[in-house]
Ligand binder design. Structure first.
Ligand SMILES: Nc1ncnc2c1ncn2[C@@H]1O[C@H](COP(=O)(O)OP(=O)(O)OP(=O)(O)O)[C@@H](O)[C@H]1O
Length: 334
C-alpha cells in the first residue's frame, strides 16, 4: 500500500506522523528486493515518468519508503560497467539538500537507482497546481537550500559535478519542505537524448548550452536563475503568447523591474503575503544568473551569499548592476 502525504501539511494519508531517521547507508540491491518493495513495479506504484525512465514508490522490510528509478534499457557491457562506477561515484556525494542515491541494482538489462522517497514530491507539483500553495517563507527556504546544494556540487563535491539539468521538477521536497536536488550528474549515466525528450528543459537552458549541447557550471547558474524567477512568480519558464509566439520568463520580468512593479511580478496567488525586500533581492539575483553572457553570471557560491545577505549595501550593489539599467539591460539578457 502506498501512503501519499498531504501537499500542504506533509502528513501521511494514513494519519501517522513521519519519524525522522538517520541517513541509510549506500548499498547494492538485488532485483528480488526491489521487485518485492515495489509490488513488481506495479502500475499503482508508479510515481511518474521522466526522460530516463519511470519512478516507482516502494517500501523495504524495515519500513522505509523508497523511490526506484527504472532506467530505460541500454545495450553494451561497457555502458553497464560505466553505470555501476558512476552510480557509486554519485552515491558518495552527500549534502543535506541533495537527494543522493541509497543504492542501485544492475543486472542484465535492468538498471535501477534507489532513492529515499520524498513525501512532498517535486517543486513543480506545487508551483503550477491549483491544489497547493507554497507560502513565502517556504519559497525563500527552497531558494536558499537549493542554491546551497548546487553550490556544493560545483565547489565542494569530490569530484566536482555539473548538475546539467537544474529545473523545478528536479527540486524534490522533503517532509519539512526543504529542497532536495535530484538527477545530478545524469549526463554521465545516460546516452545522448533524442530531440523529443530534450525539449522538456527548454526555457532553463542557457543560450550557449542550446548552441553547443555542452553542460557547464555557468549553464547551471543560468538554469538556477530561471528557477528562482519561476519560484517567486509561479509562472512557467516559457509562456505561450499565441499559436506562434513564446516569451521567456526573463523577458517578462525585466521590463517590470525597470518600472519597479514588483507587485506585478510576484505570484498573485500569494495575495500580497510576501516580504518586499526579499522579493526584490531574489528577482534581481534570478535575472543576474540568467544573463546570456556566461562570464557575467555569478558563481553558485556567490548566489548563496547574495541570497542570504540582507544588508542594504548588497541590495545597492545589485541595483547598480548594468543589467538593471534600462539603457543596456535588455541587450545583456537577449
Ligand atoms: N525520490 C522521489 N520521491 C518522490 N517522488 C519522486 C522521487 N524521484 C522522482 N519522483 C517523482 O517521479 C516522477 C518522475 O521523476 P523523474 O526524475 O524520472 O522525472 P522528471 O524529473 O519529472 O523529468 P526528467 O527525468 O526529464 O528530469 C516525478 O513526478 C517526480 O516528482
Amino acid at each position: 500500500m502506498r501512503f501519499f502525504s498531504c501537499l500542504c501539511c506533509g502528513k501521511r494519508s494514513d494519519g501517522k506522523k513521519k519519524v525522522k531517521k538517520t541517513e541509510p547507508s549506500w548499498r547494492e540491491f538485488t532485483p528480488k528486493e526491489l521487485q518485492a518493495a515495489t509490488n513488481s513495479f506495479n502500475y499503482d506504484n508508479k510515481l511518474g515518468e521522466g526522460r530516463f525512465g519511470s519512478v516507482y514508490w516502494g517500501q523495504l522490510p524495515d519500513g522505509s519508503q523508497i523511490a526506484v528509478k527504472r532506467l530505460k534499457a541500454q545495450s553494451s557491457c561497457r555502458e553497464e560497467i560505466n553505470f555501476a562506477v558512476e552510480v557509486n561515484l554519485l552515491g558518495g556525494i552527500r549534502h543535506k539538500n541533495l537527494l543522493s542515491a541509497r543504492g542501485y541494482c544492475a543486472e542484465g538489462q535492468e538498471r535501477l537507482i534507489v532513492y529515499e522517497y520524498m513525501p512532498n514530491l517535486s517543486l513543480v507539483s506545487h508551483l503550477h497546481s491549483s491544489e497547493s500553495l507554497l507560502d513565502w517563507t517556504r519559497r525563500m527556504n527552497i531558494a536558499v537550500t537549493s542554491a546551497q546544494a548546487i553550490a556544493y556540487l560545483h565547489h565542494h563535491a569530490t569530484p566536482r559535478v555539473v548538475h546539467g539539468d537544474v529545473r523545478a521538477s528536479n527540486v524534490l521536497l522533503d517532509s519539512e519542505f526543504e529542497a532536495r536536488i535530484t538527477d545530478f550528474g545524469y549526463g554521465k549515466l545516460m546516452p545522448e537524448e533524442d530531440g523529443a525528450t530534450k525539449t522538456k528543459n527548454i526555457g532553463y537552458l542557457s543560450p550557449e548550452c542550446v548552441e553547443s549541447g555542452r553542460e557547464s557550471s555557468s549553464g547551471d547558474v543560468y538554469s538556477f536563475g530561471v528557477l528562482l524567477l519561476e519560484l517567486v512568480t509561479g509562472k512557467r519558464p516559457v509562456e505561450r503568447l499565441n499559436q506562434t509566439m513564446k516569451r521567456g520568463i526573463t523577458e517578462w520580468v525585466l521590463p517590470l523591474v525597470y518600472e519597479k512593479k514588483y507587485g506585478e511580478i510576484v505570484d498573485q496567488r500569494l495575495n500580497g503575503k510576501y516580504v518586499d525586500k526579499e522579493l526584490k533581492r531574489v528577482v534581481l539575483i534570478g535575472l543576474m544568473c540568467a544573463q546570456s553572457e556566461p562570464e557575467k553570471r555569478p558563481t553558485m557560491s556567490e548566489v548563496v551569499e547574495m541570497l542570504m545577505n540582507e544588508s542594504k549595501e548588497k541590495m545597492a550593489y545589485l541595483e547598480g548592476i548594468p543589467l538593471f539599467n534600462k539603457k543596456n539591460g535588455s541587450e545583456i539578457l537577449s
